[in-house]
Every structure is written in C-alpha cells, then in structure tokens.
Design a protein around this ligand. Structure first.
Ligand SMILES: [Fe+2]
Ligand SMILES: [Fe+2]
Length: 220
C-alpha cells in the first residue's frame, strides 16, 4: 500500500478537504430536511427515528468540522445558498413515500456507498473521522428501507410494482441534479486517487440491492 506517500501531499489534502466539505454540507442539509419532516411524519416511531437522525447528523457535522480544522483544509462551501434552498425545498415537497425513497435509498444508501469507497484511500485521520458517521448511516438506511417495506406492504400489488419501477428514475433524476450542482465531481474523487468509474459501478450495484431489498415482502 502506498497510501501514506500519496496522502502526504498538499494536493491530496486540498482534494480530500473538498470532499470533506461536501460530505459535511450534505449531512447538514440532511439534518435540516429531517428536522422539518418531524412535524408531518405519520406516526410516533417515525418522529422518534427522525429526531434521532437529526441528533446523529448534527454529531457528524461536529466531528467533520473538528477534523477539518485540524486537517487545515480551506472550508470553502461547495454549494451556494440558492442550491441549499433548492435541496431543502425538494425534500419539503415530497410525500412520505417519496421522501423515504429520496432521502434513504438515494442520499443515505448510495451516498454512503460512495463515501465508503474513499475510506481505504484516505489518510488515517480522515478515515477515523468517517468511522462514527458511516456507522450511524447504516441505522438511517435501515429505517428508510424498513419503513418503505411497511408502506409497500399496505399497497395493492399493482401499485407496489409501479412504485418500485419508478425508483431507478427517481434516483437517476436526483443524481443528475447533484451532478449539475457539482460539475467537477469526477475530478474531486479522482484527485484523492479514487477510480470514479469503479465508484459509479459500485453505486449502481448498490442501487439494485436496495431496490431489491425494499421490494422484499415483510416477514410475517
Ligand atoms: Fe451523516
Ligand atoms: Fe445519515
């Protein structure tokens, strides 16, 4: 492994710094979108899970900010305030099922998959800073998938099939928005030594897995 040499350069620090800013920004937006959703969540367990997630995401933001300060990266925001508002507005307008799909299948499951691919290439400090956040994301993904399974179980089978068939398109259009907001995303990943095409392939595979899992009938 030649990671120590590769991670010792200024170019690496700048590049990893940008990805950390993006990840922290995403967590901050997730926290705000989930906080807003508590008021309209359909029941008490959902409100509790969202409230717990708000706490988790706020902790992730704090961990990442503390690490970025030590790591000495320039925390230039990667998203403008207009883009931030557009993202929050998108989540605000979704009904419960689409919220679950966009937030947990797309943002949490697929976003975490991409971040996980960076971990082996990262310096020890960055790796450590991602440990707790990535662990918590697993709970968030579990919540999203199990709630979607519950909702789908209540639907007639035709409607369920239709809903599942729409998921790849939802994910694709959200990804296109993300790419438009971050036109240099490929370069950002490649600058830390990641193979962007490999990450894309992994995320697409993960997308199939989460859709398959979501469509699985609930155990009796
Ligand atoms: Fe997070
Ligand atoms: Fe999360």
């Amino acid at each position: 492994m030649n990671t120590s040499r590769h991670t010792d350069t200024d170019d690496y620090r700048t590049a990893m710094g940008k990805l950390l800013v993006l990840y922290t920004h995403a967590d901050d937006l997730i926290m705000r979108a989930c906080a807003e959703r508590i008021a309209t969540a359909p029941d008490e367990p959902a409100r509790l899970a969202l409230a717990k997630q708000v706490g988790d995401e706020s902790r992730h933001v704090a961990i990442q900010r503390a690490w970025m300060e030590k790591f000495c990266t320039a925390a230039t925001p990667v998203l403008s305030s207009t883009q931030e508002s557009a993202i929050l507005d998108h989540f605000r307008k979704l009904d419960w099922l689409d919220f679950l799909t966009d937030m947990y299948l797309c943002v949490e499951a697929l976003g975490s998959d991409a971040v996980e691919k960076i971990v082996p290439l990262a310096d020890p400090g960055t790796r450590e800073s991602l440990h707790i956040p990535l662990q918590d994301e697993l709970d968030h993904i579990d919540f999203g998938i199990s709630r979607l399974q519950q909702e789908l179980a209540k639907m007639p089978s035709e409607k369920r099939k239709e809903f599942l068939a729409r998921i790849p398109g939802r994910i694709e259009s959200l990804y296109r928005v993300f790419q438009k907001m971050n036109p240099n995303i490929r370069e950002m990943f490649e600058a830390v030594g990641a193979d962007y095409d490999e990450i894309r392939r992994s995320v697409l595979k993960r997308r199939e897995e989460v859709i398959e899992e979501t469509g699985r009938p609930l155990a009796a």
